[in-house]
Design a protein around this ligand. Structure first.
Ligand SMILES: [Zn+2]
Length: 222
């Protein structure tokens, strides 16, 4: 494999052959991929092609408007998941959860955002687990990057069902923390750690996820 300037050898997300079968959509700067360790069907991750440590570091690594491009991809994925998996929940503003292990809890050291079609609010659990950590509600699309550039601290990020985005700075969270609490809430604690999930079941679920979501990303011909 030829390594570009932003690619890192031995990084699972810099090497597309590691997840090629699971690609739902590909853009100039992003992959949309069915996650390994499908806690529930529809579990999708968004990976920037550039090797960056977390989404907070995005602005400082790019000349063009990467924040705007990130907001667009978030909206596309959220929309596809809502339409495909949450048709019966019109009352909730945000019938999916998005989260990020902003370095803390990451098991692959290359930024990625997680999306699940589930209506969950993790805020009370995270508050109870890390009572000393600082919490912040994000106010606009570039807010995470602004705060991260000031603080340069790792973080956890998650959305709540009313559409707000929350950040918790530098909590002493274990690896895969957000995955593990979500798997617990959804009744599949054995799927919390993606490395331990039954590979046959996982493959069946991610294949379904790819097949169900791909049609939402087909590009219209000009
Ligand atoms: Zn990488």
């Amino acid at each position: 494999m030829k390594l570009g300037e932003n690619m890192v050898s031995n990084c699972d997300f810099c090497d597309r052959t590691k997840f090629e079968e699971r690609i739902i959509a590909e853009y100039n700067d992003w992959y949309v991929v069915a996650s390994l360790g499908q806690i529930i069907g529809g579990y999708t991750i968004v990976i920037p092609k550039a090797h960056i440590s977390c989404m907070g570091a995005l602005a400082s690594h790019h000349h063009d408007n990467q924040i705007e491009s990130m907001a667009k991809i978030i909206s596309k994925v959220s929309c596809a998941l809502s339409l495909e998996y949450c048709k019966n929940n019109p009352a909730v503003n945000y019938p999916i959860i998005m989260f990020e292990h902003g370095i803390i809890g990451q098991s692959i050291k290359h930024a990625h955002l997680h999306f699940l079609p589930a209506i969950i609010d993790l805020t009370t659990i995270i508050l109870a687990d890390f009572p000393k950590a600082k919490f912040r509600e994000l106010q606009h699309p570039a807010h995470l990057q602004e705060l991260y550039n000031e603080r340069l601290e790792p973080y956890l990020l998650w959305t709540v069902p009313n559409g707000k985005v929350m950040v918790c700075w530098n909590p002493p969270a274990p690896s895969q923390y957000l995955r593990i609490i979500i798997a617990d809430i959804l009744g599949y604690p054995e799927r919390g750690n993606w490395r331990n999930m039954d590979p046959e079941l996982d493959k069946k679920l991610w294949q379904e996820t790819v097949a169900r979501l791909k049609p939402y990303f087909r590009r219209r011909k000009k």
